[in-house]
Design a protein around this ligand. Structure first.
Ligand SMILES: O=C(O)c1ccccc1NCC(=O)[C@H](O)[C@H](O)COP(=O)(O)O
Length: 262
């Protein structure tokens, strides 16, 4: 069993609980700008800034973090999108965190969770998300297609996460526009920015798609390296959560995109 298997087993249990319980966290439904458009048109690397208290690989990162304060700092520094980890068991997050952030920032909002069932997508939307995550490694082709069309049918954008070229092919088969490469192997926790390099070498940049690099990004030097690969955005959690100067740290990563991205 890998950690991803453990997480998915927990999600099956949570989905059963959601079906039995009609308690839904609602947020005001604010119309948010398109994340795809924002990233596609960007000349500088955009930051998807994550609210992350803990993780399976690092344990406690910022246990007492306040999602509203964190998101406000991200917004003030020009984040393109805010990602909120809503998983409770492994990341100490919640849909309440997402709903609280939705109340205070007007930019795209990503519900970062391990989606295996439409009811989770309903909950994400109700809590104010405008973007959801689908992890190719956690879904078969039928599930990926079904959840992708369910989410887009609700007017949500979908970030499809891949880790290798085979998974990229599966993401392209559902016509994903926002494709994230997770530099962290979710089975072994090994982090290597070369994962984004590998995917960027075969990425169809000419087809109105954007490449996003996720995980293990520690600062400006990493951002410069990734911008040279043609990625339009980075998804950053731990580095921002541990920073004593969140706004400066975030701004330092908004470097010019130097790679071929269109
Ligand atoms: O972060 C983990 O340990 C982890 C383990 C298993 C599944 C997912 C995991 N993280 C989710 C993410 O994708 C990251 O939170 C996100 O990309 C930000 O990563 P980082 O900047 O390294 O905190």
């Amino acid at each position: 069993m890998t950690i991803l298997d453990d997480i998915i087993a927990q999600k099956r249990f949570e989905v059963a609980e959601m079906r039995a319980d009609d308690k839904v966290v609602h947020s005001r439904n604010i119309l948010r700008p398109s994340l795809f458009k924002r990233l596609y048109e960007a000349s500088h690397l955009q930051v998807i800034a994550e609210m992350k208290r803990a993780s399976p690989s690092k344990g406690l990162i910022a246990g007492g973090a306040n999602p509203v304060e964190q998101a406000s700092a991200y917004f003030n520094a020009g984040a393109a999108c805010i990602s909120v980890l809503t998983d409770k068991t492994f990341f100490k997050g919640s849909f309440n965190d997402l709903a609280a952030v939705a109340e205070v920032v007007p930019i795209p909002l990503l519900c970062k969770d391990f989606m295996i069932d439409p009811i989770q997508i309903d909950r994400a939307k109700a809590a104010g998300a405008s973007v959801i995550l689908l992890i190719v490694a956690a879904l078969n082709d039928e599930e990926l297609t079904g959840l992708y069309s369910y989410a887009t049918g609700l007017g949500l954008e979908v970030l499809v996460e891949v880790h290798d070229v085979e998974e990229l092919k599966r993401a392209l088969a559902v016509d994903a526009k926002l494709i994230g490469v997770n530099n962290r192997d979710l089975r072994t926790f090994e982090v290597d920015l070369a994962r984004t390099e590998e995917i960027s070498a075969v990425f169809p940049f000419g087809e109105q798609r954007v490449l996003i690099s996720e995980s293990g990004i520690t600062g400006r030097v990493d951002a410069e390296r990734i911008s040279g690969m043609g990625a339009k955005a980075i998804l950053v959690g731990e580095t921002l959560m541990r920073s004593g100067t969140i706004e400066d740290t975030l701004r330092s990563m908004q470097v010019e995109v130097t790679g071929l991205s269109r």
